[in-house]
Design a protein around this ligand. Sequence first.
Ligand code: G6P
Length: 465
Amino acid sequence: MSLTVVANRLPVERLDDGWAVSPGGLVTALRPVLRESEGTWIGWSGEAGDAPEPFSADGIRMVAVPLDETELEHYYEGFSNSTLWPLYHDRIRPPEFHRHWWRAYSAVNRRFAQAAARHTPHDGTVWVHDYHLSLVPNMLRSLRPDLRIGFFLHIPFPPLELFAQLPWREDIMVGMLGADAIGFQSVGGARIFRRTARHFLDVSLRGKTVRYGERSVRVEPQPIAIDTGAFVAQASTAEVDRRTAELRAELGDRKVLLGVDRLDYTKGIRTRLRAFETLLDREPEWARDAVFVQIAVPSRANIGLYREMREAIESTIGRINGRYSSSTHVPVHYHYASMEFTELLAHYRAADVMVVTPPRDGMNLVAMEFCACRLQDDGVLVLSELAGAAHQLRQSLLVNPYDLDGIADAYGRALRMPLDEQRRRMRSMRARLRRRDVHVWARDALATIGAGTGARSPNPADGSQ
Ligand code: G6P
């Protein structure tokens, strides 16, 4: 089996003397299969203009697809992140519909499809990832009918009534249905997609299969996971031990609530801080006895809505700290920066309560990473019911991310939770994360696409399992 992965981004970052693979669950899970099959990853390098020649990083062949400044504006910031992103996240912000964005999206999708067609050997498997590339499966099928094609959507698929607003809804459906198998983060996502296909196209449904023309497409939930073993190992190093102890000392003898997110309006950062303010209004002693550490990683900062979001969050933090700081303590610590991996792991370990409250999220891997790093099985996860992860991490304290009082209640409960209850909950979530890690996910998804790897070997993606 030869595998080609197609995603908007290559999993690399530029160094002074070349490229390094950036840490990420997807590349970690697929690295063994890609190496074994001399496979290829096709994506954008992260830099505008001419693409570098194909290169190899960590044993994976990387093929960069060029995107110029205008394409980045229309295809990436525009149609992908200002049309599909807000529409698919339950219209948390109004999506914009522009025909020139759509044209750029189609043209760039065609370029990715052509690159996949050129770089995949006969009878190979191509796995296309995420909403940026919905048209690639069908474009690729016309170019290369010999290939097996899979598509995985990392973000939610929206309710029919919202998807119906998209002027190019049929094109997107037909594009995705070019695949042999389509994976979604949740049971609901897969079900809504099948229903939407029946509504807009002439298809018939049988179980999880959509019959479209002469072809059958498997449409299934395939909830992604993390490389649990790697997180446990990396969180256990002496360096992370040392940094965790330092952090705890810096934060003082108080409970630590933690949020870690890309700065995105789908993450619910402002609401979770307002809920903390509600807790302080109710029980002002927490202003002394707790600290809320919020790490916001800069993201898509060219898009106006992201800049507005940042201002709103920062002014909320200013207000809370203005009201509740003392001469010795500031209740909200805020970092607008990306974080070194060691530092991130130390934060996961130093926290008492992890707060993950997106109003909508495909999965949310941060929630899983926190649990994996709790080496003593302690700590509490406060998690939005509307994140895909809520289906996987049932022993968290689940909250409605729009309910300020409900979130504040959950904080109070988390801050007071006895250790034995923390352990009972955390143990069960960690056991599940060990059982269903990203290697199992990749093996199962590839087996569904028809690569057949799952049938031949118990876990080709990780021999150590
Ligand atoms: C989400 C998407 C990914 C995307 C990531 C970072 O998780 O599902 O496809 O890569 O956000 O966003 P960015 O725009 O920086 O690629």
